[in-house]
Design a protein around this ligand. Structure first.
Ligand SMILES: [Cu+2]
Length: 379
C-alpha cells in the first residue's frame, strides 16, 4: 500500500494546490498516487548489475528509431538532445533553469522506462567525491562506467559503452555528424566543493539559490567533462549530462528541503535568457582539438544577426518554424505567451516543453520531487 508512505514522503501536499487534490476512482484507488517511486542514487552506490542495466538503457535509446517526428533525428537519443538544443536560450539563465532540467530528467527517465524497459534507480554524479581525481572516477570506468576520456585530435570517446557514438544536431539545429567528445580535467571540477555548494544552499530566496547553483556547481560538472558537455546547446549528447543534472537537481531539492513550507512553491526570475552559455562559467571553452562539441568559445555561435529556427515550437503550431533573434535580451512575446506566465517573470504556470517526447508540464508539476508528476525520491 503506497499511499500512506507517499503522504510522508510527499511532505506538505497542501502546497501543491488544487491540482493535487486527491480523488477516488471507482475502483477505490486514488488516481494520483505514484505507481512507482523512482529512486535517485549516486552512481557510486549502484550495484554492478544496476550500472550495467542503466548503461544498456541509454544504449537502447541510441539504437531506437526516432518517434517524435523531429526532422533530422536518426534515433531516440537525437530527439532527447534536440529538446535541449531547441530551447537552450530559454532554459538557461532564466527562472525556469532548475524546473526545466528537473522536467528534462523526467523526460529521459520516462523514455528509458517506457521504451527500454528500464526498472532500476536513476543515478546522479556525486561530484565532490571526484574532486582531484576525475580520471579515476567510477563514472568514467571503461568497463563499468560511461567510458573514459576522449582521445585524438577531436577528443572523441573511443572506449566504453558509448565508444564512437555519433551525434548530429548542431547548436543551430542543422545536421552535421560529430563524435561524442570529452576532455576530462580536474581544474573545473575543483569548483564542485562542498563549500561552494553550501554557499548556494544557504541562500534565502529561490532567485538567489538558482543563480548560485547555475553558477559554480553547474559549471563545474560541465567544465570538468568538457567536449560535448561544455556546449550549452548540445551537452545532452553525452550520457553523463543526465547524471550531472541529476546531481544539480538534488542540490535544488536539498535547498528546498531546508524549508518545505515555502520552497515547494517558491519560484521567480526572468523568462528571457541573458545570452547563450550563461551559467556555464567563464573560461571553460576551447578544448584542445576543437571541432563541433569539443568546446564552446563563448559568445554568439551564430553571428550577430543570425536567427534561431525553432521547428515545432510551440508544438501546437505543428511544423511552423519561427525565428527568434539570438542574443535578444528583450522580452520575446512569442515565448512569454507560450510559457503562459503573463510576462517575463517565471511563475508556477510556466510551460515546460519537450517537443512532444513527453506531454508538456508546468513548473507547478515539478516543484515537489515526490509529487505525482515526478514520483522521485533522493537517497
Ligand atoms: Cu541545460
Amino acid at each position: 500500500m503506497l499511499a500512506p508512505f507517499l503522504f510522508v514522503l510527499g511532505a506538505v501536499p497542501l502546497t501543491l494546490g488544487l491540482s493535487s487534490i486527491r480523488s477516488s476512482a471507482s475502483n477505490g484507488q486514488e488516481e494520483d498516487e505514484c505507481a512507482v517511486i523512482s529512486k535517485r542514487v549516486s552512481w557510486r552506490n549502484l550495484t554492478s548489475t544496476e550500472k550495467s542495466d542503466y548503461l544498456k538503457a541509454d544504449q537502447c535509446l541510441i539504437s531506437s528509431p526516432p518517434r517524435s517526428g523531429i526532422v533530422g533525428a536518426k534515433n531516440r537519443w537525437d530527439e532527447l538532445q534536440y529538446i535541449h538544443i531547441a530551447q537552450t536560450d530559454y532554459v538557461h539563465g532564466v527562472g525556469a533553469f532548475l524546473p526545466f532540467h528537473r522536467y528534462f530528467m523526467k523526460v529521459h527517465e520516462h523514455v528509458i522506462r517506457t521504451e527500454c524497459n528500464y526498472t532500476g534507480p536513476l543515478p546522479y554524479w556525486d561530484e565532490p567525491a571526484d574532486i582531484g581525481n576525475i580520471i579515476g572516477s567510477p563514472l568514467f570506468d571503461v568497463e563499468t562506467g560511461f567510458g573514459g576520456n576522449g582521445t585524438g585530435a577531436g577528443n572523441c570517446v573511443a572506449d566504453g559503452p558509448f565508444a564512437n557514438l555519433t551525434l548530429r544536431f548542431q547548436a543551430d539545429l542543422s545536421i552535421d555528424e560529430y563524435c561524442l567528445s570529452r576532455y576530462l580535467n580536474d581544474r573545473a571540477l575543483s569548483m564542485a566543493t562542498k563549500e561552494n555548494v553550501d554557499k548556494c544552499l544557504e541562500r534565502e530566496t529561490y532567485v538567489e539559490a538558482w543563480n548560485c547553483l547555475e553558477g559554480l556547481p553547474h559549471g563545474a560538472g560541465h567544465g570538468a567533462v568538457m567536449g560535448t558537455m561544455i556546449n550549452p546547446f548540445t551537452s545532452p549528447g553525452d550520457p553523463i549530462f543526465y547524471l550531472h543534472h541529476g546531481y544539480l537537481d538534488k542540490l535544488w531539492w536539498d535547498w528546498q528541503s531546508r524549508n518545505l513550507t515555502t520552497r515547494l512553491t517558491e519560484i521567480g526570475g526572468n523568462n528571457t535568457a541573458r545570452g547563450p552559455g550563461f551559467g556555464f562559467g567563464p573560461g571553460f571553452g576551447g578544448a584542445p582539438g576543437g571541432g563541433p562539441g569539443a568546446g564552446f568559445p563563448g559568445g554568439n555561435p551564430f553571428g550577430g544577426n543570425g536567427s534561431f529556427p525553432f521547428p515545432g515550437f510551440p508544438p501546437s503550431n505543428g511544423s511552423n518554424p519561427f525565428p527568434f533573434p539570438i542574443g535578444n535580451k528583450t522580452v520575446n512575446k512569442a515565448f512569454t505567451d507560450y510559457f503562459n506566465d503573463g510576462g517575463n517573470v517565471t511563475t508556477l504556470n510556466h510551460t515546460l516543453w519537450s517537443a512532444g517526447v513527453m506531454d508538456n508540464a508546468t513548473i507547478a508539476d515539478v516543484m515537489n520531487p515526490s509529487g505525482k508528476f515526478m514520483c522521485t525520491e533522493y537517497l
